[in-house]
Structure formats: C-alpha cells, structure tokens
Design a protein around this ligand. Structure first.
Ligand code: NAD
Length: 498
C-alpha cells in the first residue's frame, strides 16, 4: 500500500492535499512505497505563523517544564525505537542495526538537551563598579529552522530540534524528501511528550521549500546538514537575509595506517567505516592511506573481509549492508566506479560484479588500490560503498595528502606510536580526529563539525555550540545601590571604569 506523508503543522498532518507530491521508494525492493507532499512558499509561511504563535508561550515556560518534555520525549523515542528503525530502513535502506544505531545517537542528543536548566545558565560579575553588577542571560531566538539530509533521517533532525526547543524556540524542520516519514513520527512523539502543538512543525519538500525558509523574514536561524554545494548555497542565501546560519557539508574522510599499526584492527575499522550504511555516512571512511610497505598486506586483509559481507535487504537477519537510497544515486556511484577503471586505478573488488538481490538499488563493497590523488574517485565525495587506497612513504606524506584535500570532516590514524599519533592530531586540518578509532563522531557534549568545505559558519552541531547557536546572549548592567547616588551625567562606560 502506498502511504501519504503530508506536512505536519500545528499539532498534526495538515488536512488538505498539497498541489504536488513526490514518490518515496523502498530501496531494497525498488518499488514506490509512498508519496510525500512537496511544499513551497505558502506552506513555509503557514508553518512559520503557527510556530511564531506557539513560541510565545513555549519560550516563557519554565526551564523545569521544558526539561520534563525532553525527558518524556527520550522515553517515548526509546519505547518506539523498533517502529522508527523499520521506518528508516524501509525508506533509506540501511540495516536495522544501523537504524537502531542512529536512533540511539539521536537519543543521546535529546538527553543532553534535557540538561537545559544547566546549559542555559549565564555569567555573573558582582560589583564591577561600586553597587553595579553585570551579568549575561541566554534567550531563545524565536522561530528557527533545520534542513536535513537523507542519510540520517532520525539522528540529524535530533541533532537540532531537541536543543532548539529546549532553549525555548519553535522549530520548522524540512527533512529530506527521500525518507520523510520519520520526521512526522518524531513530531508526534514530541507532542505526546508534552511539547505544545506548533512548537515543532515539519514542512516537506525540496529546493522550493528550502529557498522559502532561507528568505522568510521571521526565521531567525537556519541549521543545515547536507552536501557541500547546497551547504554553500544555504549559508550564502540565509546570511544575505540576515539569519544566523550553520551549514555542514560533505566529506572525504581518510584513515591512515602507519606501518606499526595492528593491521587486523585497521582492516576491521576500514571495512566497517567504509561499507557500513553502504558508505552513505558523512563520517564514512572513503580513503585508506597505507604508509610505508604495508599496502599489499592491508589490501589482502580488506579483500578477505569484503568477501564475507552479506549485502541484502536491510530488514533481513544477518544483513551487513543494504541498498543505496535511490536508483539515480546507484547510477551515480556506478559511474564513479567506471571512471576509476578508466583512469587506471586497480579495481580489487568490483561491487558491480557481485551476486546481488535482483530488485532494489544494490552495489556490493568496491575497493580500488593504487589510486592517484588526481582521479575523480579520490577527489569527489562518492557517498557509496567505494573505498580507494593510496600509498605514501611517510607520516608527513599522509598528513600532506589529508591537508591538501578540500574537505575536512573526519580523519583517523591507526598506530601504536603515541608520538606519531600526537603529531598527526596536531597537524591535520580536519575538525574531528580519531586515534585508533574508525569513526570519530563526538559524543553530544562536544560539538560535531568539520573544517574547510565540510562546514560553513562557525558553529558545530550540538554540544555547547548547539546551545549558543539557538540562543542569543543579553548582557545586563545593573545598579541597585543601597543609597541613591543623585544624578550622574557621565557617559555610562565611565561608571564601570571608576
Ligand atoms: P543534499 O545536499 O542533496 O540535501 C540536503 C537537503 O537539502 C535536503 O533536505 C534537500 O531537500 C535539500 N536540497 C537538495 N537540493 C537542494 C537545492 N538545489 N536547493 C535547496 N535545497 C536543496 O544532501 P543529501 O544527498 O540528502 O545528503 C547527503 C550529503 O549530506 C552528503 O554530501 C553528506 O556528506 C552530507 N552530510 C553531511 C553531514 C555532516 O555532518 N557534515 C552529515 C550527514 C550528511
């Protein structure tokens, strides 16, 4: 049965049918499983109006009341995690295990947001001048928006809205049109947890909906996660319209293996980080860098492991990897594989030639060796199960390679040498660094964000950055002297200096 997913505004799905729908696919079956509303300017205007009205009361709710909603929301997401995971897998294609992993990561951010009474605390300096105190307070921005990618339909929205609403804002979420169902479910769960209707709204759609958000005068801030070209567009357009923006972009993450590393641990890490979720993770490792003479041994260990991976419907028991998200994306990734062969890279494992399910958008793990940095399979973000291996002579050669890459999201090094690891972490121009860990995703009390073309703006997602992004600071200078001082005609700054 084909289900319909409409905008969720003011406490439930809107009643009227939208002028346009887009198909939603089940990527493991290659069938249309639903249709999603495509919103534009009118839908955004409606959602913002509802959000603005709801924010007035919500922003005035006590910190304890807001905290309780977050705590109840965490419990409800936990209770409904199986249904959410099935929803993710049937529209995205990742395995159920991966789907549960992303739900857990989202829950961790909501738990962090439930600490809002502490996180919103300001600063206080007593007696900056006689009888004068100065302090800062944090206040919500009003209506804020989040625009999210297809690859984490629960986790990435939960990087944003739990913190935004805990800070007292109302939120308009524009999720990916490729896997939209989970967003409506999250909004419904938040309302069951006590979030007043209208505080969290979901507008579905593509570029039109995004552009209407970027230019709407009553949206104070836009948080974006997606590919680099769209991140740049969002950053430039929203900033030109006076908004605060954080825009996280794409990635090309390297894992550097030094000659002294435990090669089995490195190969395990590479396989899980390169092929997990079919490589459709912004923290996926897509480049293996073999330092010194370990290249052949590492390649052989990778090939052995790749041969054991089960590439099937993500709902099947024992699935290691599911399909890619759409037929178009599959074709794009297959095109990169062809380009790599054409450019002369050694195709060690060809995912196109594997025994795969007949229907659906499948490509098995693919490995290239002896790749040159000039090749498109190295330069571009492929966002599929394609790992490329390069060989360099030294640690400095590896650092130079990573730093010359235009992306700077995540990177890892595997070594037993603490001095080398320390030098690596200091010198790499990348926002998130792993030492002997495959995917260095920060836990929610540290911010998530890359450097260079992986992040436009200066705030990462969640952690203290999230609270700062979704609040503005007010600094108060107050005089409550015990005796009246009479009229003081000096410039105000002079009082503090006296
Ligand atoms: P995408 O950039 O195509 O889409 C992201 C969002 O932008 C979606 O909501 C989409 O509807 C909207 N959008 C798409 N085209 C648009 C246009 N022309 N104008 C305005 N809005 C538009 O990204 P995706 O394919 O959904 O997700 C994969 C990308 O996201 C990868 O590049 C991946 O690295 C990146 N990503 C980055 C992070 C990070 O933390 N840096 C995390 C997850 C995903």
């Amino acid at each position: 049965m084909v289900k319909t997913i409409n905008h969720y505004i003011g406490g439930g799905p809107v009643a009227e049918a939208p002028p346009e729908w887009a198909d939603v696919h089940d990527p493991a079956l290659g069938t249309v499983s639903g249709r999603v509303a495509l919103g534009g300017g009118e839908t955004v205007v409606r959602a913002v109006r509802v959000a603005r009205d709801a924010q007035t009361d919500w922003g005035a709710a006590s910190l304890g009341a807001r905290q309780q909603v977050l705590l109840d929301f965490v419990r409800l997401v936990q209770e409904n995690r199986d249904a959410l995971a099935t929803m993710i897998t049937s529209e995205h294609g990742k395995t159920l295990t991966d789907a549960h992993g992303e739900i857990n990561a989202g829950i961790d951010v909501a738990k962090f947001a439930s600490g809002i009474p502490h996180l919103m605390k300001g600063e206080f300096s007593e007696n900056v001048s006689r009888g004068i105190d100065t302090y800062s307070i944090r206040q919500p921005l009003g209506v804020v928006a989040g625009i999210t990618p297809f690859n984490f339909p629960v986790m990435v929205p939960m990087w944003m809205f739990p913190i935004a609403v805990a800070c007292g804002n109302a939120f308009v979420l524009k999720p990916s049109e490729k896997d939209p169902s989970a967003s409506n479910e999250l909004a419904a769960l938040a309302e069951r947890a006590g979030l007043p209707p209208g505080v969290l709204n979901v507008v579905h759609g593509g570029a039109d909906a995004v552009n209407s958000i970027l230019t709407h005068p009553d949206i104070a801030a836009v948080s974006f996660v997606g590919s680099t070209p769209i991140a740049r567009h969002v950053y430039e357009t929203a900033a030109a319209h006076g908004k605060r923006v954080q825009a996280l972009g794409g990635a090309k993450n390297h894992l550097v293996v030094l000659p002294d590393a435990d090669l089995d641990a490195a190969a395990d890490a590479l396989v899980s980080a390169a092929y997990g979720s079919a490589g459709e993770r912004c923290m996926a490792i897509s480049v293996a860098v073999a330092v010194g003479d370990i290249g052949d041994a590492l390649r052989d260990k990778l090939v052995t492991r790749i041969g054991k991976l089960s590439v099937v419907d993500g709902r099947a028991a024992g699935a290691d990897m599911g399909p890619l998200v759409t037929a178009e994306h599959l074709e794009k990734v297959r095109g990169y594989v062809a380009a790599g062969v054409e450019a002369g890279a050694h195709l060690v494992a060809d995912g196109r030639a594997a025994d795969l399910p007949a229907d659906g958008y499948f490509l098995a793990p693919t490995l290239f060796d002896h790749v040159d940095p000039s090749m498109s399979i190295y330069r571009d973000e492929i966002f599929g199960p394609v790992l490329v291996m390069l060989r360099v002579d030294s640690l400095d050669g590896a650092i130079g390679l990573v730093n010359a890459n235009e992306y700077g999201n995540g990177v890892s090094v595997f070594t037993r040498d603490g001095v080398a690891a320390r030098r690596f972490q200091h010198a790499v121009q990348v926002g998130m660094v792993g030492l002997n860990v495959p995917i260095p995703v920060p836990i929610p009390y540290f911010p998530f964000g890359g450097w260079k073309k992986s992040l436009f703006g200066d705030a990462g997602q969640y952690g203290e950055d999230g609270v700062r992004f979704f609040t503005r600071r007010k600094v108060v200078t107050s005089r409550w002297a015990e005796t009246g001082g009479g009229l003081d005609l000096r410039f105000p700054g002079a009082a503090a200096a006296s």
